[in-house]
Design a protein around this ligand. Sequence first.
Ligand SMILES: Cc1cc2nc3c(=O)[nH]c(=O)nc-3n(C[C@H](O)[C@H](O)[C@H](O)COP(=O)(O)OP(=O)(O)OC[C@H]3O[C@@H](n4cnc5c(N)ncnc54)[C@H](O)[C@@H]3O)c2cc1C
Length: 1020
Amino acid sequence: MVTPPPPAARLPHPYRDESQVLAALLQSMSGAVDWPAAVRTARPWVQAVRDNPAPFWAMESLLREYPISSAEGLALMRLAEALLRVPDAETAIALTADQLGKADFDAASGGPHKMLASISASAIALSKKFLPENDGESSLFKRLGAQTVVAATVRAIQLLGRQFVLGRSINEAMSEAASARKEHAGTRSGPGVQASNLRFSYDMLGEGARTEADARRYLASYLNAIHAIAGARSGVRSGASNPSKSASGPEAADGISIKLSALFSRYEDSQRERVFNELLPRVWALIEPAAHANINLTIDAEESDRLELSLDVLDALAGRIAVAFPQWQGFGLAVQSYQTRALDVVAEVARIARRHHLRFMVRLVKGAYWDGEIKRAQELGLAGYPVFTHKHHTDISYLACARALIANADVIYPQFATHNAGTVGAIVGMARATGAAYEMQKLHGMGDGIYREVMVDSDVPVRVYAPVGEHRDLLAYLVRRLLENGANSSFVHQLADTSVDVNALLASPLVPTAAPGIAPPSALFAATGRVNSHGVDIACLAERAPLSAAIEAIASNGVRQVAEATAADVAATMARLQHGFNGWNATTLVTRAAVLRRAADALEAQLPEFCALLVKEAHKTLGDCVAEVREAVDFCRYYADQAEERLSTQQLPGPTGESNELHLHGRGVFVCISPWNFPLAIFAGQVVAALVAGNSVAAKPAEQTPAIAQRFVELLHAAGIPADALALLHGPGDTVGAALVTDARTAGVCFTGSTQVAKIINRTLAANDGAIVPLIAETGGINAMVVDSTALPEQVVDAVVQSAFRSAGQRCSALRLLCVHEGIADHVIEMIRGALQELSVGDPALLATDVGPVIDAEAFDGISAHIARLRTQARLIGAAPVASAFPRLIAPIAFELPSIGDIKQEIFGPVLHVVRWGGDVDQVIAQINALGYGLTLGIQTRIDSRAMRLANAARIGNVYVNRNMIGAVVGVQPFGGEGLSGTGPKAGGPHYLYRFCAEQCVTINTAAAGGNAALLTGAH
Ligand SMILES: Cc1cc2nc3c(=O)[nH]c(=O)nc-3n(C[C@H](O)[C@H](O)[C@H](O)COP(=O)(O)OP(=O)(O)OC[C@H]3O[C@@H](n4cnc5c(N)ncnc54)[C@H](O)[C@@H]3O)c2cc1C
């Protein structure tokens, strides 16, 4: 058992102001780059490539003809991503028809660049003619035709893929590499030219590991590759113990690139201990043979939330290498220049190398996950982006990092990976000026034109990153390359586009832009004038620290007790609220909206304290707490905006001499009854919606979570809600709740909870004398996810694990029933079993915990009894291990059942039911509809028309396609169901506030006093 070093920030904050970071970068490289000289070097390369363009089948040519922004390009990408993995002909035909149906390859290929109408595209164009109109087609002739078409399309996609993969196995790839080296040597001449200037770094393709079995498979494949490379390396005796005795250094030999996420399914900051105990030994198992063979082993760079962790891993491994293989100079990593912290990473890597007296090989890349980084920051409402938002800022950073790498030549061998001619020209100039040793790198199948020229004119060593794998494994990689080649900002893309002038192509990047290229995450809803709630990056130590401090504080102070209300309290409070209603309802909308906005700001400022309370009282994990506080903040701001937009007086048209106005105002005392599973967000959403409409509110929180509710009520009072317009009444549902619902002063009820209690409330209200009042009920559901055989199993399993087990399955939206196509069911079920094994179940206050306890003993007993029943009636798929002694933990668990009809009730816990389906997918939706609930539905398919058809057929309130099905965002995914799942309107949606209002139309005969003055004076 290794104790990892305590987390400590090695790098500055990731979300600093971009223009300031840029200024520092430019300062660090002042005078180091002679851009005009770089252009003089690069221009002939560019011209030569333009004069002798890439062959018609090359990816950049194809993507220029069919850009990814076009229907054709998108179809190509979708097919490339999914078609090869579809196991059944029926679905493959449906997918091909769906995608080709939307594109017009014929028209595109008739354009001015006829030469680029490649074989693949022509095959696709031809294919289209044979495909059935929709996947219901069954004529034998057409089906035979369709199968031929699909086979042709599969072949076309395979050809695309082949461009980026050097071989299906390491041996095939090495033999291809040998041929390439030979060919390259044959094309070169002149003194000093050596064939060995062309090297390879092999990469074993595949998705990141989701299970231990995946990780072990990758480990074996990396090991096999290292042994093969080592075996082929000339001058190295097999098993040589002293690498320094090898004929030449690792610079001159082929090497390997590895992804840490492939070697361990939980390579995450939150799992530090496991990363050190489980991942490190695996990497070490690869380092040993690589060091013995004296070859280069590079750790690829991945997402920015792992950046600090990757440096800790590097440091720990370097410490061991320093002892076991002090002479080995082949260990290295990739650094991404699009990170705003890139230059700091280079400095830290150099520090680590120095401290351990090692030399690293460092590959400088620009970065491959830019779109993903932007999306994550927006979703989490972060303070900024961890990557630059202007393409040329990434280029500036690249040059600054290059300078820094060269300046640290004593401990770093720099490897510059880029296909950008300007960047290559600048690097070559910089390196020559300093005399530093270095190499250039390219991806196999990319930048061939430029490198053809670079390698003719210079003695620059070049290493090719060479993916190895079967067709199925290359899909994700292929899509990344399609995106990269297809992006308008990409150099490779622009090079192929002759309408882009050479001067523009080689324009200096060294011009910082002050304004960010993308609005910050806080401005996500700027179009509506609303500020996005501010989130926390819990993978960032500095951002996490206030949460940890607040949790420590509450752990020592405890959660405040809230007194229960008596029947007399209820009566007295209702009287007070009835009185308070008049005053509050008489305030202007602007005043009420302003109070909500003040409350939102105050809540945002107190996020750590509210998170701590959520951890302690509701047993929520850290990530869930942050999301919940943000949701409450969003509710306040959204309903403030909605009130001003929708509840203000409307002038209505009518005859001359008459004014007609529609007014909306509060109904009276609204009773808000909320559940424990979102004790802040749902509580806040109900209460502020009722208040902003002008009602006074009697708020009854769940029995289990009164302290959170009380804190929020205090916050609202402090923000300006009068004491007699809002009161908290804590106590059991069957006493306090029942007293509120039967009170004659109750003008409306807003309830979230079980269908059963909603029905009781409904009946009680119906039995009350007096006015008929509205009931807004949001209840649960047997939420399903339908997965067809075009879905990517890894994505499905991620979505399933999050949807079924996050928050211990205690979300109304949680996945209960997974319906998987029989063609991929075995594989998906096996992955779910493996993914369950990787979950960490325990104390929710710990960062590492994925799943905390269920809310109380009653829930624990009920869910346990259900599981016990399933153990006898269903097939167990697997369960998560539980090592913690924390109370009321239920191991997330999955069972397979014969049919959808076998699921009779909603189980509010981490229990997943899985059913296989075959045949008609529409029947699956029909059976889900027949369950009677209609809250959330997940659909996983790459057939767009199928996704839309199923969504339309589903009588379900929230449908999520190709993602998880939890975490609805206010104003983005208005939330709420139909049927047994609730009455609507949707919370966080544009129709919600109306239900809290009474309407009044005021008609005035303006002509009553002596005639129609406006008409007569012509002012109509
Ligand atoms: C040998 C090799 C190994 C690689 N290994 C890795 C690796 O380990 N990890 C990894 O992440 N990538 C890796 N890559 C992929 C690499 O990141 C891309 O190929 C590279 O970014 C392309 O850069 P370029 O100079 O060829 O193209 P260019 O077109 O000059 O630059 C493209 C870069 O600009 C960025 N960009 C685009 N728009 C913007 C914007 N608005 N704001 C800021 N930046 C923007 C893109 O994200 C991309 O990084 C590797 C590439 C090579 C050649």
